[in-house]
Design a protein around this ligand. Structure first.
Ligand code: ATP
Ligand SMILES: Nc1ccn([C@@H]2O[C@H](COP(=O)(O)O)[C@@H](O)[C@H]2O)c(=O)n1
Length: 208
């Protein structure tokens, strides 16, 4: 079984993907981490984010088992990841890696922006998880503050909107809801309610 989850930044797709993977005993890949890892490596080398040749080389040598998720979760790395995510050749390389992950038994939950449309178009079930920009900014601000990071709601909201705009307007594999994806709007749901709604959608799809 393959569960494809897409949605905008801080919509809660990663939280749901992780919990669904545990619940259904599947493997989980947060594909955003692959873009973040490449962006972080370019920044560490002091190279421009548009250097696609080097970005592809980094992607070819990515070892997902050893990425530091805490370092990669930084706000500025997310911003840089979104900038390199417009590079078509780099996407091809990362999509290959993501497809390989999805194909291995016993199945997987993948979350990102183009999982239902490009990476796993034949997924068993697809979800498009969203929430209002204001709810997402509140959640992300609270998350950053809880980690001891500086965060101001207004600028987090602005950054999220800018990132959504870039991700949904790019030419290659823009973020969008697949035609056959279930829409899950969690604006008025807490994590537990959203999780139960997601379990119901996946269970129904498996029994159909
Ligand atoms: N339904 C919800 N209600 C309240 N808080 C939530 C809900 N879902 C997720 N959160 C919280 O919102 C924050 C963002 O969630 P998460 O990291 O899962 O989003 P994401 O879509 O994977 O983000 P990104 O695209 O940046 O990787 C986390 O702090 C998470 O605990
Ligand atoms: N399948 C994907 C996943 C991510 N991206 C890009 O990476 C950025 C960071 O992703 P997070 O989920 O970790 O926030 C994101 O803004 C996208 O630009 C992507 O293009 N495709």
């Amino acid at each position: 079984m393959i569960v494809a989850i897409d949605g905008p930044a801080a919509s809660g797709k990663g939280t749901l993907a992780r919990r669904l993977a545990e619940h259904f005993e599947l493997r989980h890949l947060d594909t955003g981490l692959t873009y973040r890892a490449v962006a972080a490596a370019l920044l560490a080398k002091g190279l421009p984010l548009g250097d696609e040749g080097v970005a592809i080389e980094i992607a070819q040598n990515l070892d997902l088992a050893h990425v530091d998720k805490t370092v990669l979760s930084a706000h500025e790395i997310g911003e840089a990841a979104s900038r390199i995510a417009v590079l078509g050749g780099l996407r091809e390389e990362l999509v290959r890696l993501q497809k390989d992950f999805a194909a291995a038994p016993p199945g997987a939950v993948l979350d990102g922006r183009d999982i239902g449309t490009v990476v796993c178009p034949d997924a068993t079930v697809k979800l498009f998880v969203t929430a209002s920009p204001e709810a997402r900014a509140e959640r992300r601000t609270a998350e950053m503050v809880s980690k001891g990071q500086e965060a101001e709601y207004a600028s987090v909201l602005e950054d999220l909107k800018r990132r959504d705009e870039r991700d949904s307007q790019r030419t290659v594999a823009p973020m969008k809801q697949a035609d056959d994806a279930h829409l899950l709007d969690t604006t008025e749901m807490d994590i537990e309610t959203a999780f139960q709604a997601a379990v119901d959608i996946v269970s129904q799809a498996c029994n159909a």
